[in-house]
Each structure stands twice: as structure tokens, then as C-alpha cells.
Design a protein around this ligand. Sequence first.
Ligand code: PDD
Length: 286
Amino acid sequence: MSEIAYLNGEFLPLDKAHVSVLDRGFIFGDGVYEVIPVYSRRPFRLPEHLRRLQHSLDAIRLANPMTDAEWTRLIHDLVGRHAGEDQSIYLQVTRGVARRDHAFPVEARQTVFMMSSPLATPARELIDNGVACITATDYRWLKCDVKSVSLVGNCLLRQSAAEAGAAEVVLFRDGYLTEASASNVFAVRNGKLLAPPKNHLILPGITYDVVLELAAACAIPIELREIPEQEVRSADELWVTSSTKEVLAVVTLDGRPIATGKPGPVFRRVHQAFQEFKRKVMRQAA
Ligand code: PDD
């Protein structure tokens, strides 16, 4: 039996959920999305995800089809219809169905779609040994703070990583670190945690915020600033973060080791703090 999805006001089996070929999400990639992890049946940082959704909708000038209370109710409903304790909720809002014309349709209703998948957190081996990454020029558009479904740039970049047997591709724009194809990136130098500031060049990651909060709680000095490529390549530690990867150490970049080529001590502290924080959230859910 197919799992249950949500489409435009109704819950239905995922394989029965269909949208028109004229949907602007299909024709133009004209829509936005969120990926929300669920731990022990509790959506993680839901208000923050809904705030970022509102930011993305505002950026593409699309009205939010629901209030936060309605989103929250529907997301809990969807979680309740799935057996897994840990889930990954994908939600997407597009500008709806209209005759093909680049300019916005006058009368179209947003398409709202949600589905749940089992949340696959990183395998122990990846946490213990770290991951390989490659690098590339960040050739995406200048609104990377918008979680847009127009992801062909990210897909091309991620495919280059997959073909190189790497977990991610770390991106540089004009010689400075931005992020990775589907993750934020942090560096550690001389005991200090460095991250590019939130601006139009990176997605404001929910995990990025969690990692900064946990680092502050661990009394790790933090510096949010532009990071030149050379400082990334010669970093003591390099990490990637996302809702599905949580926090992972990058141990090689373009085949060359980052420092010792092993996950570093600052990573281990923050990773442990992340796991404890998750357990606390789970206990609250119980
Ligand atoms: N991607 N940067 C980009 C380009 C991303 O696509 C993502 C997440 C992140 C990390 O954001 P967060 O911590 O909120 O997950 C940064 C999701 C997981 C995806 O597209 O599947």
C-alpha cells in the first residue's frame, strides 16, 4: 500500500497524488519547499521552518496559502499517518496551474503538496570517519537564501560530487566559501568556528542555527565572516550540516586531506552536543 501524502486539501496515497502538467512548479520551477526532520514523531524546529517558508514565499511574491497554525496541524496530521518514529517531511508550494506565460497568472491557486519519508540519519561509519568532498564554482543565482524548487544548478553540482564518489560539493563564489549543494559549510581554524554570514548567497540553514547555538553553549568562539578559499583548504576542520546530514566532518577536499584527514576534536564536541540536544527534544516529546 502506498504511503499517505497531502495534496491541495486532501490526504491520499502518494501514488494517487497528481498535479497538472501546467503546474508552474513543473513548467517553471516556480515554487518553494521545506524539508523538516521529525524525531520521535515530533517535528524539529517547526516554527523556524515555517518562518523560512514565509521568507521564501515573500521572496517569490506568493501568498502563504495557510497560517502557521494550519501548517502545524496538517504536518502533525501527516506525521500521525506514518508509522516511523523519525521522519522527513517534504512540503512544496507552487504558484499553481495556469496557461504557460512567464508573468504571474492573475487567477491561480497555489498547489500545496506534502509527503513523509523515513528519516535516514548518517551511518555511524560516516560520523566516525568523516566524508570526502569536492569543490566547484558556485554558479547558482543570487537568491540562494530562497528555498526554491528551481534546483537544476544544485542538482548538476551534486551530480558532479556523486560521480567523484564524494558526499558533497563545497562551493566558492568569487574566491569565497558559500555553502554546498544541499548543506551549509563550517570551518574550524585555531579553535574558532568560522561560517559565512547569512545573506543572499547561502540558504539560512535551520541546522546552521542549531550548530551555532550548540557551539556557543560549548564556549567555542564563533566568527561569522567571509571565508577565502585558501582558509577553507588549510582549515583545521571542515563540516557540512543539514536537516538530513545533521553535522558531518569533511576529511578530504578534492582528494587532499583536511588537516589530519580525520574528524577533529571540535567536531566531536559539537556532534555529541547535537545528539544530546536531540535526545532532550525526544524526551520532551515522550
Ligand atoms: N537541503 N543549503 C542548501 C543549498 C540546502 O539545500 C540545505 C538543505 C541546506 C541546509 O539547510 P537545513 O539545515 O535547513 O536543512 C543548506 C535540504 C535538506 C534538501 O534540499 O533536501
